[in-house]
Design a protein around this ligand. Structure first.
Ligand SMILES: *Cc1c(COP(=O)(O)O)cnc(C)c1O
Length: 429
């Protein structure tokens, strides 16, 4: 008897490419069919077959408060009763702009958009306009959404599926994207020498999340900041994943780095579609209608998404939020590490705050190349072992897992036990 999820996936395959609306949902890297979900509450997900899972995907990061938080839901219901969108100015978007500028001192002005992809595309256009240069530099394995210029040596689903740089990106455009390994200051220096005064922007994930979690080496971000400043290159820190996640003020607060532009998304929408880009007034005032660089959006800053974001940030500002996320995630990572060691399974666990990845490799993971030393077949077995035991991890080795404020000590204990049993089942003499 097929499960309801399996039946739905067969139907989905007929009408959606690959059966999904975003590639990594398809479970291709871990085997088996995806589960279809009907509801989420707190740390728990429920699928169409009535099975429950402790969720560490959290919609790929946005749900830092967990699913269906009572206060966020109440804010949304209240906003909903007043209409979903006007395509005109509202008080709430001013408030969200103020909250973002207050939390990120590098952001003097901010523009709201509908996704992280939109934010990075617009930030690149602005950097190119402001510098009059075309080339950009990105890091191997960093994912900045699916914009043409950024789908070169990209992470996330592109890395998971082992895809080459995407067909359909004009070669002339891809050639303007220079890539170097993350955490390699010498490679960045070399790129700045070869493309002297030609780089419009450097864009990076300050903590990489899209090859799995990879923290920056001490001094790496500082070196990139110094080189970009020296050559008048716009430094774009893509905090779509890390913003309000690794700290309220993002990775730039944690590592004390001041970018020229920042991109945000995920957490700032509280589970609804939002992105944002912002930075120095002198740069942002080049955006239309303040300046000539065009970027617009029918639903940008829409009242529902902005309300969910504002309420999420308000709850995150309450004392102890980030301490709790840190403690829970540290405890989980330590527990998983001990159970892996006890079972004789080599793993490397990288973690920054409430972002983490269990890499199935004995090597330190510091960039895309070392992430790729992971045994992805073994990761697939680990993923399925957890799923069978009611724990939902990201269905790819090359993705970060997340903790929410809704997770409990009991969730952590159950997850460590599920991981331990799975590790034991993986061991082969
Ligand atoms: C998720 C992500 C994006 C893309 O955001 P979407 O909302 O999926 O378009 C961009 N950059 C980073 C670092 C991300 O993690």
């Amino acid at each position: 008897m097929p499960t309801k999820s399996q039946e739905l996936f067969q139907r989905a395959l007929k009408v959606l490419p690959g059966g999904v609306n975003s590639p990594v949902r398809a479970f291709r890297a871990v085997g088996g069919d995806p589960i279809f979900l009907t509801s989420g509450k707190g740390s728990q997900l429920t699928d169409v077959d009535g099975r429950n899972y402790i969720d560490y995907v959290l919609s790929w990061g946005p749900l830092i408060l967990g699913h269906c938080h009572a206060e966020v839901t109440a804010a949304l219901v209240e906003a909903l009763a007043r209409g979903t969108s006007y395509g005109a100015c509202t008080p709430a978007e001013v408030e969200l702009g103020e909250q973002i500028c207050e939390a990120y001192p590098s952001i003097e002005r901010v523009r709201l958009v509908n996704s992280g992809t939109e934010a990075t595309m617009a930030a690149l256009r602005l950097a190119r306009a402001a510098t009059g240069r075309d080339k950009i530099l990105k890091f191997e394995g960093c994912y900045h959404g699916h914009g043409d210029s950024l789908l070169v040596k990209a992470g996330s689903g592109v890395a998971t599926l082992g895809l080459p740089d995407s067909p359909g990106v004009p070669r002339a455009l891809a050639e303007l994207t220079v890539t170097v390994p993350f955490n390699d200051p010498a490679a960045v220096e070399e790129a700045f020498r070869v493309h002297r005064n030609q780089l419009a922007a450097v864009i990076l994930e300050p903590v990489v999340g899209n090859v799995g979690c990879v923290p920056p080496r001490p001094g790496f971000l500082e070196r990139v900041r110094a080189l970009t400043a020296e050559q008048g290159t716009v430094l774009i820190i893509d905090e779509v994943m890390t913003g309000f996640r690794v700290a309220y003020g993002g990775a730039q607060q944690l590592y004390k780095i001041q970018p020229d532009l920042t991109t945000l998304g995920k957490v700032i929408g509280g589970g609804l579609p939002v992105g944002a880009y912002g930075g120095k007034a002198a740069l942002m005032d080049q955006i239309a209608p303040a300046g000539p660089v065009y970027q617009a959006g029918t639903l940008s800053g829409n009242p529902l998404a902005v309300r969910a974001g504002l309420k999420t940030l308000e709850i995150l500002r309450r004392p102890g939020s980030y301490e709790r996320l840190e403690q829970l995630t540290a405890r989980l990572a330590e527990g998983i590490k001990q159970r892996a060691a006890a079972a004789g399974i080599p793993v490397t666990i990288n973690r920054v705050g409430s972002m983490f990845t269990v890499f199935f490799t004995g090597q330190a993971v510091t960039d895309y190349a070392t992430a790729k030393t992971s045994d992805t077949a073994r990761f697939g077995k680990f993923f399925r072992g957890l799923l069978e035991r009611g724990v939902y991890f990201p269905p790819s080795q090359f993705e970060a897992a997340f903790m929410s404020l809704a997770h409990t000590e009991e969730d952590i204990a159950r997850t460590i036990e599920a991981a331990g049993q799975t590790f034991e089942s993986l061991w082969t003499p």
